[in-house]
Write a protein that binds this ligand. Structure first.
Ligand SMILES: [Zn+2]
Ligand SMILES: [Zn+2]
Ligand SMILES: [Zn+2]
Ligand SMILES: [Zn+2]
Length: 284
């Protein structure tokens, strides 16, 4: 294991360059060293970081856990991978701040490895995926480009203005999995309304209706939405905070954290195979 990057001389130079040594300049020096140290943990295959538990080959080379599971021998020396734990490197790793993996998109945060994954999931610099339901569109990019993308590549989506609108889903009796999508524009923001019909198990279909904000999670916290099926002297209501398109709606649908109803209920409110869902957005 080479230790040359952990050069104590460099620390002195950095520290003494600011004559009136302040806490912030000492901190900046530490960050420089941390960045040097972090590079020691780079996986030679994928350039992601090798994080604890750290295993080394017979000759001491490191490879990350996910690459390791795909390899039969060490990518550096072709030797046996073995199961040798490197506790010293693990100790070093817990004292190193690793840059967020979205640093190439502008994130400047560095964190200890135990906090890294959680941050990266929620990191505001993580690229946004296309918010359209279904995995057919592979677009991803920054938030500013989501609306232009929708207008360019998903022209068929209708937009209604106002905080109180009716989302009309036509032909809800179409067989198989179907998505209905609409945009609602109010309070200076765009919301995407999604109605999804899925076959839960053989012959049993369920509808899931949900609203997502074309915006960050923080922005989504400022709003609430209400979905209401109304008619024939019956009413079914769901209220919640909109999802941010950064998290998407797939997990909420999976957990039924949205308006859920089956085909029988849909029939109670449908008119000629069309279902109107009242959507109200409010500021909280
Ligand atoms: Zn790797
Ligand atoms: Zn090796
Ligand atoms: Zn980040
Ligand atoms: Zn798309």
């Amino acid at each position: 294991m080479s230790n040359k990057t952990n050069n104590p001389k460099r620390r002195e130079v950095t520290g003494s360059s600011s004559s009136n040594s302040s806490i912030s300049s000492v901190g900046a020096g530490d960050n420089g060293i941390s960045a040097d140290l972090a590079s020691l943990f780079e996986c030679p295959v994928c350039f992601d970081y090798v994080l604890p538990p750290i295993l080394q080959c017979q000759s001491g080379h490191l490879v990350c856990t996910s690459c390791r599971s795909k390899l039969t021998c060490c990518p550096t020396c072709r030797g046996s991978l073995g199961n040798i734990r490197n506790l010293a490197m693990e100790k070093v790793a817990s004292n190193v701040k690793f840059p967020c993996k979205h640093s190439n998109h502008g994130c400047t945060v560095s964190l200890v490895y135990t906090e890294k994954t959680e941050h990266e999931e929620a990191c505001e610099f993580r690229p946004y995926l296309c918010p359209c339901p279904g995995a057919s569109c592979k677009w991803q990019g920054s938030l500013d480009y989501v609306m232009p993308h929708l207008m360019m590549s998903h022209k068929s989506i209708t937009t209604l203005q106002g905080e109180d609108i009716v989302f009309l889903a036509t032909d809800i009796n179409l067989p198989g999995a179907v998505d209905w999508v609409m945009m609602q524009s109010c309070f200076g923001h765009h919301f995407m309304l999604v109605l999804e019909k899925q076959e839960k198990y053989d012959g049993h279909q369920q509808f899931y209706a949900i609203v997502q904000l074309i915006g960050s999670r923080k922005e989504a916290e400022n709003f609430a939405y209400r979905l209401e099926l109304n008619g024939n002297r019956r009413r079914l209501t769901w209220e919640a905070m909109p999802r941010s398109i950064h998290e998407g709606v797939a997990s909420a649908i999976l957990n039924s954290d949205c308006l859920v109803f089956d085909t029988s209920i849909a029939q109670l409110f449908a008119d000629n195979g069309n279902l109107g869902i009242n959507v109200t957005i409010s500021v909280v």
